[in-house]
Design a protein around this ligand. Structure first.
Ligand code: C2E
Ligand code: CA
Ligand code: CA
Ligand code: CA
Length: 281
């Protein structure tokens, strides 16, 4: 038995060392990539469900890797968060997106209710200087703060301490809106979320997934929507992939959402084309 144990320990060690090495190597690569400007922003329209009219866009980052091609955020955001690199990356994302938005407004007549949505990691929310940075970007871009929405995951909000609360309150006082992201994946109660300075809730796509023709799931979605409304918040559904889902949400009185059915995340040039034409249904 003793011998077996040693054998299993031996077998376990090399992969751990390897993964530590790989981890460090990837972190170094990520650091260089930020310095080299290898990131690019995609935008996914958020639409009015009844008409397909574009009401805003969510900013989604990609790593345009010289050898690996387009790397998706799930592959590097967790590492960026773990290493603290998300602070520099997040600042670049915020500034680039908001300045791009300020530029669009000079080429396309955007509606006043168009909103740009930027994702914020909990590590960013934990920075006491986050609000100063956002204030600076707003000043430099001269956009209306009400046109900026910051998406923060439910889990990040629930684990929030003093600095997070300070950040939320100061962001709110700047006039930007806070949205709870990935709602339905955490364990928060809506009564707790009501105490936070948030005004919108983005319902996680897992809530909607696989819903076609499923009655109990239908009631579940309706209940989620009811909760959000009862808390006085606006609901946005993500991950809408089919016409059936659109119709179902409309029947429940839900007004806005996003998903592949309307548009995948697209580069800036394509977003501008969509904005020129409006999304075809
Ligand atoms: P998220 O904030 O929940 O973003 C929505 C994700 O769902 C995006 O994945 C989007 O491409 C995908 N999606 C949109 N519509 C559909 C649909 O109809 N069906 C399906 N199956 N998926 C859909 P993406 O771009 O890979 O981003 C993944 C996650 O990475 C994001 O989840 C967010 O947590 C994080 N992320 C992306 N960009 C940023 C960023 O700029 N900053 C931070 N902190 N996190 C980011
Ligand atoms: Ca989001
Ligand atoms: Ca989400
Ligand atoms: Ca997510």
């Amino acid at each position: 038995a003793k011998k077996d144990r040693r054998a299993s320990i031996k077998m376990f060690q090399p992969p751990m060392l390897f993964s530590r090495q790989l981890h460090n190597q990837m972190a170094a690569e990520l650091r260089d990539a930020i310095a080299a400007g290898e990131f690019t922003l995609y935008y996914q329209p958020v639409v009015e469900l009844a008409t397909g009219r574009i009401r805003g866009a969510e900013v989604l980052v990609r790593w345009n890797h010289p050898e690996r091609g387009m790397v998706m955020p799930d592959e590097f955001i967790p590492l960026a968060e773990e290493t603290g690199l998300i602070i520099d990356l997040g600042r670049w994302i915020m500034r680039t997106a908001v300045l791009a938005f300020a530029r669009w407004r000079t080429v396309i007549p955007l509606e006043d209710d168009f909103r740009l949505r930027v994702n914020l990691s909990v590590a960013e929310l934990q920075r006491i200087d986050l609000v100063d940075y956002v204030r600076e970007v707003l000043r430099d871009s001269r956009i209306d703060p009400a046109q900026l929405v910051l998406e923060i995951t439910e889990t990040a909000l629930v684990t929030g301490g003093d600095v997070e609360t300070y950040s939320l309150l100061s962001l709110k006082s700047l006039g930007v809106d806070i949205e709870i992201d990935d709602f339905g994946t955490g364990y928060s109660s809506i009564s707790y979320l009501r105490t936070l300075p948030v005004s919108m809730v983005k319902v996680d796509r897992s809530i909607l997934a696989g819903t076609n023709g499923d009655i109990s799931r239908n009631e579940f979605i309706a209940a989620v929507l009811q909760l959000i409304r009862a808390a006085g918040l606006e609901a946005v559904f993500e991950g809408i992939e089919t016409k059936e889902q659109v119709d179902r949400l409309l029947a429940m009185g839900c007004t806005s959402g996003q998903g592949y059915y309307f548009s995948r995340p697209v580069p800036e040039s394509e977003l501008l084309e969509l904005l020129g034409n409006s999304v075809s249904l």
